[in-house]
Design a protein around this ligand. Structure first.
Ligand code: FPP
Length: 244
């Protein structure tokens, strides 16, 4: 078995967890069953990423578009999130993991917001890994809210238009505290970004696997990381330039 190079891990790993519904229907169960099973994969991946020494792990848990799913499914996802936050709290503390959330958090049910804030506050000094949950998150919405803030800054003479550059835009995104994505994994065989972090994934290596999220385990994560380590990231330069 090939070994992972601990010095060449992605600093920021992001995952589009997909395929819960299809995993469940393959087994003749309803979609909610798939989400429930998906929690185990979240636990496994969070622990393994932290153990390996990945600094930032971001999970796409609920998109702005997911609000148009059936009410019962949304309700269950919110319940699962609430339960996971309560159940996993101690483990986050023990493993020195800091929780963060990005997205229009104010759209989430009050109970979820309260629990999120509680865990975020309680883990804010942890420094082993930052676990970010993208909740009610959309890449376009992120850009829209950033532009609104920047436009307000311009109107109030705090930002001058000619000073607007990539770093100013970065500072107004939900992801302002995160580095760019190095590796983006999507499970379930779909090969698209689906309005995830559009700006932040500009130079991300993309990795698609046909494994459905509820089946995703440590071995699958290692496969993705090994694949990443065999790639040459050029950021627009030539192969020769990056070797010097
Ligand atoms: C995608 O599968 C998955 C989601 C929309 C939700 C992911 C949520 C969890 C794994 C549980 C809660 C999360 C945390 C962080 C505790 P899908 O429903 O789109 O599957 P399909 O494409 O097969 O229908």
């Amino acid at each position: 078995m090939e070994h992972l190079d601990k010095d060449n891990l992605p600093q920021h790993l992001a995952i589009i967890m997909d395929g819960n519904g299809r995993w469940a229907s393959q087994r003749g169960k309803n979609r909610v069953f798939g989400h429930t099973k998906g929690i185990k994969s979240v636990q496994v991946v969070v622990e393994e990423a932290a153990r390996l020494g990945i600094s930032y792990l971001t999970l796409f848990a609920f998109s702005t578009e997911n609000w148009s799913r059936p009410k019962e499914e949304i309700g269950t996802l919110m319940e699962l999130l609430l339960r996971s936050l309560r159940n996993e709290f101690e483990k986050l503390l023990k493993n020195q993991i800091r929780l963060e959330a990005i997205g229009s958090i104010d759209q989430l049910p009050d109970k979820v917001q309260e629990e999120l804030n509680h865990v975020i506050q309680a883990t804010k000094n942890n420094d082993k890994m930052v676990l970010t949950l993208a909740l009610s998150y959309g890449g376009r919405e992120d850009l829209v809210q950033a532009l609104q803030k920047i436009a307000t800054g311009v109107k109030n003479n705090i930002i001058s238009p000619e000073k607007i550059d990539q770093s100013i835009i970065n500072k107004h995104l939900y992801t302002r505290k995160l580095p760019d994505i190095d590796l983006l994994i999507r499970t379930s065989g779909e090969q698209r970004i689906s309005n995830f972090m559009l700006w932040q994934a500009a130079y991300a290596e993309l990795y698609f696997t046909s494994v459905y999220w509820p089946d995703f385990r440590e071995g699958h994560l290692h496969d993705a990381l090994l694949n990443y380590q065999n790639r040459e990231r050029r950021f627009g330069k030539t192969s020769e330039q990056i070797k010097t």
